[in-house]
Write a protein that binds this ligand. Structure first.
Ligand code: OOG
Ligand code: NI
Length: 439
């Protein structure tokens, strides 16, 4: 039997999700147009940027690139969604605890982990699990649990095809297409609430996010984020196109050498919803779905990341060098090493360490794109879309990572180990290609 490649299923799913979200939230379509315009202008204005993106393999994937987010309610939902993402070659990477920022969830990001798969399509989904134990009111928590226990966020067809993919080791052409359309149902918006207006109000009072997770048939996709090359220009352009952005851009400031992730969003829409009532349906409104754009820079090493986190807390980024060579030599950022044409022409006659080979122009170092998320930024994004009522002080800051992984059914992968492996492999390949024996 011949199977459709997981990368291809992921691309089809990402495209189908984008088309569905565009139909559900027309402002998302406007955002896509805006980002495409800004990216074209940025590439025209800066040929060096275009070259760097091309070398990193980012240019070809740029217009296809997006991340989404969903919030699930139970361990069973999380473990099944993990199996569904695995069919598309997406693995859980990193643990994000949002509780200290006052958001009662913990999360991971499902994404491809292999550099080749990332180049083909880096579609990522930030997936949060509600932390039921943070609902303080016992009666309300029990009601939330019963409500969630009653729903199945997957269609029978999606469940069957996840099983098939696991037992067969893949999906054929027809199965892959059915898998995409069945799984899409899990991400669809439903205006019919599954709880009464009274229960919804009590859930909102506990936390808006709790109401969003518990009150509906499924974990509707709440945003889908295209990647821009110039987020400052995009932020400035949003109001001109009738889109109201949040006040500030999350993440590092604008830099000559972009690092990590900068993000901005437009405020969540007020959407009409319908509650089941004893004497007929009752109308209400819900704010959950929003638009976001992101600009991705270079991945930082643990040392670089610690510098970034300290800089963010101080709001002074001067300690983080804005220079590729400094970032590399000080071990602050991850790089992929490649032999240059000159180096290849001298293969077999070269010696010396990597620094010497770079200095002589035989090896080039290229920043590795950050493929993950930032918990402080994520908390800012959550909050700007939950209204001003985000909880001050936060919930108790126990990491709860072990519980998350138990719910997930596996451990999350370590993002730093993935970047380290990519860098190490590129060094080994480069030295082999140049015929330099390793020290
Ligand atoms: C997820 C927010 C996090 C990001 O880009 O940091 C996120 C959510 O609102 O469910 O998507
Ligand atoms: Ni996001």
């Amino acid at each position: 039997m011949s199977f459709v490649h997981a990368d291809e299923i992921r691309s089809r799913f990402s495209a189908a999700l984008s088309a569905m979200y565009r139909a559900e939230v027309p402002q998302y379509g406007e955002l896509l147009t805006l980002v495409a315009d800004i990216n074209a202008a940025a590439l025209r204005a800066d040929p060096a940027l275009a070259e760097r993106l091309d070398q990193a393999g980012d240019l070809a994937r740029l217009s296809e690139e997006r991340h989404g987010a969903i919030r699930v309610g139970t361990a069973a939902e999380l473990s099944t969604i993990a199996r569904a993402f695995a069919v598309m070659g997406m693995r859980p990477v990193s643990y994000y605890n949002l509780a200290p920022a006052g958001v009662p969830v913990h999360s991971t990001a499902f994404r491809p982990v292999d550099p080749e798969a990332l180049r083909r399509n880096p579609f990522r989904v930030f997936c949060s699990l509600l932390r039921m134990e943070l609902i303080e009111d016992d009666a309300l928590r029990a009601e939330a649990e019963t409500t969630l226990a009653r729903r199945d966020i997957f269609t029978p067809g999606a469940r069957a095809l996840i099983d098939t993919a696991e037992t067969q080791g893949g999906l054929d052409e027809d199965q892959a297409d059915r898998f995409v359309s069945e799984l899409l149902e899990t991400f669809r918006w439903h205006a019919q609430a599954t709880v009464s207006a009274q229960t919804y109000d009590r859930l909102v009072a506990a936390h808006r996010l709790i109401a969003d997770v518990v009150s509906f048939k499924g974990p509707h996709i709440n945003h889908l984020t295209p990647r821009t090359l110039d987020i400052d220009a995009a932020q400035a352009e949003m109001p001109r196109r009738g889109i109201a952005p949040k006040e500030t851009i999350e993440g590092p400031p604008a830099r000559a050498c972009p690092v990590l992730l900068r993000q901005t969003s437009f405020k969540a829409l007020q959407e009409k919803i319908v509650f089941p009532g004893e004497t007929g349906a009752v109308e209400g409104a819900h704010t959950a779905r929003f638009g976001e754009i992101e600009q991705r820079g270079c991945a930082l090493t643990p040392v670089g990341r610690a510098l970034y986190d300290a800089a963010l807390a101080r709001k002074d980024f001067s300690a983080l060098p804005d220079d590729w060579t400094a970032l590399r030599r000080q071990g602050l950022a991850w790089f992929r090493y490649v032999p240059t044409e000159q180096g290849l022409s001298r293969a077999g006659r070269l010696s010396g360490d990597l620094e010497a080979l770079i200095a002589d122009g035989d090896v080039a170092a290229r920043p590795i794109t950050y493929e993950d998320f930032l918990p402080v930024s994520a908390a800012g994004i959550f909050q700007s879309n939950l209204g001003a009522e985000a909880r001050d002080g936060g919930y108790a800051a126990d990491p709860a990572r072990a519980e998350f992984e138990a719910a997930l059914g596996c451990a999350v992968q370590d993002e730093m180990a993935l970047y380290q492996a990519e860098q190490d492999a590129s060094i080994a390949d480069t030295l082999t290609a140049l015929g330099v024996s390793r020290p």
